[in-house]
Design a protein around this ligand. Structure first.
Ligand code: XIL
Length: 328
């Protein structure tokens, strides 16, 4: 049998398998570029489209990195998940310092129209709202939320839809993989938006879940039955379902490195199988190409191995687990 890449297997299923990308790595690491374009058919824009990167000052946009990345995607026939239009906790200081309600709203509209408009027709899906809900299950009390309240969410979708009527618009959130108070609030929020005919097209489950751990930052693996029910209820709203930022850190697990990798592979496979059982599930994005560059190292200050390729670009058990799930 011919040995197919993940990309080919995904394609055959009409499915998107993506990785989050840092554009500077495309310039400096040819193995990175080669692995990305041969194994994946989607790109997640890890940082270069966030406000602080793309709109660092009130009258200043920096499009170089994102333009380059979109070109790369088009040349390599890859879809793009744009991340993210509103990330209320991570807005630039200049934005947070706006004291006038009308001015803040105008800036928001201008940003969304500019960024979405620039890439009109070139992006498959936008995360319009990212991490809206805090650990306790309330809206993030960001300067943005305090100033504009819930209405900015509705407006953001309407502005984005106007700027690119074909792009799919998502709400993206962490820790809502199962039924819990945070996923309940997200569900209710989307239900309300849909009732008002606001164009929400998809739900993004980040899926930063870890082996052998249970704290805020390294959240334990999801309960699969609860996850299935939860994915299904969002799908039943007519939404497209994506896993948008998957990684499975192993640093808190017990056992040898090899044993942890096997356990990790099993978790990737089980989660993907459950997701694939939901009809509207159309994309899985892993939050990086290789363990060599992964954001868990950075947040935990510990070398981890959360992704599908190891630090030498060797395929890990997690790679073969995803492969298996895509072949089934
Ligand atoms: C992370 C990036 O991976 C890091 O490089 C950056 O320093 C911080 O942000 N949830 C999200 C992503 O929605 O935007 C975050 O990305 C990871 C958690």
């Amino acid at each position: 049998m011919i040995n197919k890449s993940l990309r080919e297997l995904a394609q055959a299923k009409n499915f998107y398998l993506g990785a989050a990308v840092l554009p500077n790595l495309l310039k400096k690491d040819s193995k990175y570029t080669e692995t990305l374009s041969s194994e994946f058919n989607m790109i997640g824009t890890e940082n270069c489209m966030k406000w602080r990167a793309i709109h660092p000052d009130i009258n200043k946009y920096t499009f170089d990195e994102s333009d380059g990345l979109i070109d790369f995607a088009l040349k390599n026939d890859m879809a793009v998940r744009g991340h993210t239009l509103i990330y209320s906790r991570k807005m630039p200081e200049w934005f947070n310092n706006i004291k006038d309600k009308k001015l803040m709203e105008e800036q928001l509209e201008e940003h969304i129209k500019t960024v979405v408009g620039r890439y009109r027709g070139k992006i498959y899906a936008w995360d319009v709202i990212n991490e809206e809900i805090d650990f306790e299950g309330n809206h993030q009390q960001s300067p943005l939320f305090k100033m504009l309240g819930i209405s900015h969410i509705e407006n953001a979708f309407l502005w984005a839809h106007k700027a690119d009527p074909d792009v799919k618009l998502f709400i993206n959130e962490f820790g809502i993989e199962e039924i819990n108070k945070r996923s309940d609030l997200t569900y209710k929020m989307i239900q309300d938006l849909l009732q008002k005919k606001v164009p929400v097209h998809g739900i993004g489950f980040q899926m930063h879940r870890a082996l052998g751990s249970d704290d805020k930052w390294l959240n334990k693996l999801p309960d699969l039955e609860s996850m299935r029910k939860n994915f299904q209820r969002f799908a039943d709203l007519g939404l497209e379902v994506h896993i948008t930022e998957m990684d499975i850190p192993i640093q808190k697990a017990i056992g040898s490195y090899e044993e942890k990798l096997i356990e990790q592979g099993k978790a990737y496979k089980e989660i993907l199988e459950v997701a694939l059982s939901v009809k509207n599930f159309k994309a899985l994005v892993v939050w990086g190409v290789t363990d060599l560059y992964n954001w868990i190292d950075f947040i935990s200050q510990t070398k981890d191995a959360p992704l599908l390729f190891d630090r030498e670009y060797k395929k890990k058990p997690a790679y073969f687990a995803v492969k298996k799930a895509l072949e089934e």
